[in-house]
Design a protein around this ligand. Structure first.
Ligand code: HEC
Length: 194
C-alpha cells in the first residue's frame, strides 16, 4: 500500500513537479484535514450545547448558547494559528458579517446549490495572498436543520422573537426553511513566509 508521502512522490514525479510543489501540496492536504476536523468539532459541540439547552430551558434560554457559547467554542478551537468563525450572507450578529471574499464564496455556494450540488461538494479551500501575507482559507456551508427554525425560521414563537429583537435589533437571520444555506464556517491560518 502507498502511504500518503509515497502517493505524493509519485504524483509529483508524474506531473514533473519539484520538491517545493510537493511539500506545498502535502502541507495543504494537512491544513484541509485540520480544517475539516475543526468544522466537525465546532458543529458537534454547538449542536450538543444547543440541543441540551433547548430541552432543559426552552428556546429563549437557548439563545444564550448561540450568543455566548458559539463564540466561546470558536475561541476554544482557535488554536495553532487557526482563526475560527461563522458567517452568513444574512447575519444575526453584525460581528459575524462576511468580508467581500467570504460573501462571494457564499454566493457561489448558493448558485451551486441551486444548480443541484450537495453541501459536501461546496467546500472551499484556497491559499490567498492577503495584505498580511499568504493565508490558507477554508469555508464549509452550514445548512438549516429543523431544530434551527425555532430561531431562524419564518414563524418564531412570540417570546423568541421578542428576546431576539432585544439582543439583535439588526437581525437579518430569520425566514429560513429546512435545508437552506444558512451560512458557513470560515477558518483561516496564516502560512509561514517562504
Ligand atoms: C435558540 C435559538 C437558536 C437556534 C435554535 C439556532 N440559532 Fe443560530 N443563532 C442564534 C443566535 C442568538 C445567533 C447569534 C450568535 C452571536 O451573537 O454570535 C445565531 C447565529 C448563527 C450563525 C452565525 C451567523 C449570524 O447570523 O450571526 C449561524 C451560521 C447560525 N446561527 C446557524 C444556526 C444553525 C445551522 C442552527 C441549527 C443547527 C441554529 N443556528 C440554531 C440563535 C439560534
Amino acid at each position: 500500500m502507498f502511504d500518503r508521502g509515497m502517493k505524493y512522490t509519485w504524483l509529483a514525479l508524474l506531473l514533473g513537479c519539484g520538491p517545493t510543489v510537493l511539500a506545498q501540496s502535502m502541507a495543504q492536504e494537512d491544513l484541509l484535514n485540520q480544517a475539516q476536523t475543526l468544522a466537525s468539532d465546532f458543529q458537534k459541540n454547538l449542536k450538543g450545547a444547543l440541543t441540551q439547552a433547548m430541552a432543559s430551558g426552552g428556546p429563549v434560554s437557548a439563545i444564550d448558547v448561540c450568543k455566548l457559547d458559539a463564540p466561546a467554542i470558536a475561541d476554544e478551537l482557535s488554536s495553532e494559528g487557526w482563526v475560527v468563525a461563522r458567517t452568513a450572507l444574512r447575519v444575526r450578529n453584525p460581528a459575524n458579517a462576511a468580508d467581500d471574499w467570504e460573501r462571494s464564496k457564499m454566493e457561489q455556494m448558493q448558485r451551486q446549490l441551486d444548480a443541484g450540488k450537495t453541501p459536501a461538494e461546496l467546500i472551499v479551500a484556497e491559499v490567498r495572498n492577503t495584505g498580511d501575507g499568504k493565508v490558507f482559507s477554508y469555508m464549509q456551508p452550514i445548512m438549516t436543520a429543523k431544530l434551527c427554525l425555532t430561531c431562524h425560521g419564518s414563524q418564531l414563537a412570540p417570546p423568541v422573537a421578542e428576546a431576539l429583537a432585544t439582543h439583535y435589533p439588526d437581525d437579518q437571520a430569520t425566514g429560513f426553511s429546512e435545508g437552506e444555506l444558512r451560512g458557513a464556517f470560515s477558518f483561516a491560518k496564516a502560512l509561514p513566509v517562504e
